[in-house]
Design a protein around this ligand. Sequence first.
Ligand code: EPU
Length: 303
Amino acid sequence: MRISDPQLIGALAALGVEHKAGVSLAEKTSLEIGGTSDLLLVRRHESLPDLIRLLKQAGVPHRFLGGGSNVLLPDGELPWVILQLARQDPEVRIEGNLAFVDCAADLGRTVTTCAKHDLGGMEGLIGVPGTVGGALRMNAGAYGTQIGSFVREVQIYRAATGRIETLRGSEINFEYRHTSFAPDDIMLAVRLELSSKPYREILQGIRICNEKRRASQPLNQKSAGCIFKNPPGGSAGRMIDELGLKGHAAGDARVSDRHANFFVNAGHATSADMLALIADVRQRVRERYGVELEEEVIVWKDS
Ligand code: EPU
């Protein structure tokens, strides 16, 4: 969606929001799938309430994009303008066992910054791509560690009230790849409580997790991580593998040969290719196992 009204463009500039016209969103996602739209880069969190009020008044629909590592965007011209948060400086501030982290910060870099301050516990999250905000929103996890367990406080823009609010960790429900945040809440900053651990020890844990990940996941290919959530007590990857679907494709969207729950963009896959592959695999799993797989990747649909 394009913003062309000069008055609105002027108001955005007055708020300190950077307006980038006609941005290719494929370049902003790890799947490298997605059409184009205008992008609004929010430099100051405090401008969000005014910005969203302004867009509403002007009748401009919007969506918020984080690190783009767990999302499937539509092809063509998108029917929303895209909001993104600029990284704050500093990204991480340490006080004792607490880390105050900007949600636009890269998750992996945050884990290593904390490690350098002898703060550990998050080693399992090292290879999870994307931002801290994205990880928080869906309680990202790997190797027995979920980010939710470290959260003491979160600052969000709450769409329902149009205000910036601070929530205590105990007020938020963190479940497997799910949280009680509303879909249109925007994560701004988080206070994590970590445990004291020597840097060398943390580094050792990080190395082990990196090796495990390299051995089982297609890290050098364009993907959004696991496409489906694991069903209770089961493994989506194992089921898809057992069905012999590694290498199975729809256009350039392909089930990874390395990990069957990773669907990769093997060339110039479109959103339609990826959605067709998701539907096909879901149906085969339903027919064979009677299990309805739920997407783990966030699919942006018109609505
Ligand atoms: N398996 C197969 N074939 C495959 C893939 C897996 O048989 O092609 C088997 C494995 O041998 C293993 C079981 O399935 O016995 C589970 O596989 P794995 O250990 O790779 O873990 P996963 O359940 O598939 C989950 C998360 C990953 C996370 C890893 C490591 C989900 C949906 N996935 O994968 O997270 O990195 O554990 O902790 O919960 C993501 O969220 O995007 C993601 C990649």
